[in-house]
Design a protein around this ligand. Sequence first.
Ligand SMILES: [Zn+2]
Length: 172
Amino acid sequence: MVDRPFLQSQRYADQQKRAKLEGAHPDIVEFVRVLPKRMAKHGVPMFASEVWRSDERQNQLFEQGFSKARAGQGPHPFGCAADLVHGVRGWNLNRDQWRLVGHIGQELVTQKGLNLVWGGNWPDFYDPAHWQVADWKVQAADFPFPRIEKWERNWKKRLEAALAQQATLAAK
Ligand SMILES: [Zn+2]
């Protein structure tokens, strides 16, 4: 699954811009930004193939058995889910490889304090490319979501750092 030359390719760069994120849940936007970056450090090209989904495509996936949801159902139409796949192999990773993606992804979820769950943990519908907001049915009421910039997300950390710096200066 490691493919360092592909990480340098134009196709990889284009893949990173594939998913439309406007109106998506801020945790999804953040995850789609950080997971491919973290995987790239391990030499693995990943990208978000889908956040949004049209009604037509949702029905198509339902008919094909790839999704439990019909049009207008499930977290995707509310920007509360993302499917992250391999840049070259797409969904064609084996269980161990997906487990690695899931492990790294869940580590990021914890580190960043994101409220996301991984579809690879579902025994009844194994969906390892899929990540969704844990309580999306509640969160979906706020759809569409305003875009939260990275600096806004980190404001608390910055404020704490600034206050600590002030305290250090005051102590001198
Ligand atoms: Zn999905």
